[in-house]
Design a protein around this ligand. Structure first.
Ligand code: ADP
Ligand code: MG
Length: 328
């Protein structure tokens, strides 16, 4: 489905509301007030669709200063974020280029969330590890200041090692699952030999002890997956430093399409794909490849300022003007 309209018409708003309505949170902001129309203090998103063959009806109610409330087929969910276990949505926005261009923290966060989407039951692992590192760092500073003994660090060191190993394992598993699809989709889009390479070692108790003096000096844990990175490569070229804008865009798209296929396999229904401003910087051949690829599976919304930017006929064309969406 193609969503067109001039700049500022509300295309991104429409996509964002679909994300909030299917996942329970915005891909752009955690500030709930930003989701409400200026000068109003309530809002509502109502969606009707299908998940595989099953009809789905969702309503999300927003109110200033209050948690969102969501219902799925009439049943109230404990938290709107639970929607993400029920409905799959993947989103591309130009901000997402930071996965390739940005620092290691962006990539860590991205792959940890991808892990959470693939293994919802273990989605809290990276937060648990971060909490353990936080606790150990606080303990390091207490020892450094002479308030507590080195022995007091042991339980935290143990936890960082255990959760750290689990997190590295989870990331490696995620990369292994994504890698074949990523390489195939990237290749189709004209980015040959695309690879994902994990950079970092499991933080063992021994390794943590070996650098205890340095950690005490800095008051921070100096090894572990909170410092790791994932290299994105095309053949031997690091796309972070040497990819063009267009290639970086293709990299993010290939990751997204690879994950979409995994989700479809694992959950039995394809995710909703929301592709905001995805066509700019792509040449016509790549636009066509992308359009044909997404047409072959679930539902996809692509936004563009001009209908002509999409070289294939969309199944539906929506025109957005401020405050209104019409079927062309
Ligand atoms: N909370 C809000 N309430 C009302 N209008 C908003 C709000 N947030 C942004 N806008 C307006 O929406 C427009 C941006 O819409 P957007 O969906 O980003 O446009 P585009 O079609 O270019 O993607 C801007 O004019 C902006 O001022
Ligand atoms: Mg926009």
């Amino acid at each position: 489905m193609l969503v067109t309209g001039p700049n500022g018409a509300g295309k991104t708003n429409l996509l964002e509301s679909l994300h909030v309505g299917t996942q329970g949170f915005s891909p752009r902001t955690r500030t709930e007030a930003q989701l409400l129309r200026f000068d109003t203090d309530t809002g509502r998103i109502a969606l009707r669709g299908t998940r595989g063959p099953t009809p789905v009806e969702i309503a999300v109610a927003l109110a200033a200063g209050d948690a969102k409330r969501a219902t799925l087929n009439g049943a109230t969910l404990k938290a709107s974020e639970q929607l993400r276990n029920e409905v799959a949505t993947l989103v591309f926005t130009p901000d997402r280029l930071a996965i390739v261009k940005g620092g290691p923290a962006v990539r860590r966060a991205y792959f940890d969330r991808a892990y959470g989407r693939l293994f919802p039951a273990r989605a809290t692992l990276s937060a648990e590890y971060a909490a353990a590192v936080g606790q150990r760092n606080a303990a390091l500073r207490r020892v450094g200041a002479g308030y507590s003994s080195r022995e007091a660090l042991s339980p935290w060191t143990q936890q960082v090692a255990e959760l750290g190993a689990a997190l590295v394992e989870a990331r490696l598993q995620t990369l292994a699952l994504l890698a074949p699809g990523f390489a195939d989709r990237a290749d189709e889009l004209g980015l040959p030999g695309a690879r994902l390479e994990y950079e970092g070692e499991v933080p063992t108790v021994e390794a943590l002890f070996a650098r205890l003096d340095r950690d005490l000096e800095r008051g921070a844990t100096g090894i572990g997956p909170h410092l790791h990175d994932v290299q994105l490569l095309s053949q031997s070229r690091d796309l972070r430093s040497f990819g063009s804008q267009g290639e970086q865009r293709l990299t993010v798209l290939a990751l997204l399409l690879a994950e979409a296929d995994l989700i479809a396999d694992r959950r039995g229904y394809p995710p909703l794909l929301l592709l905001d401003d995805v066509l700019s910087e792509l040449d016509p051949a790549r636009r066509r490849t992308l359009a044909e690829r997404v047409a072959a599976r679930g539902q996809t919304l692509i936004t563009s300022t001009t209908a002509a930017a999409l070289p294939v006929e969309p199944s539906q064309l929506l025109e957005v003007t401020p405050g209104e969406v019409t079927t062309a």
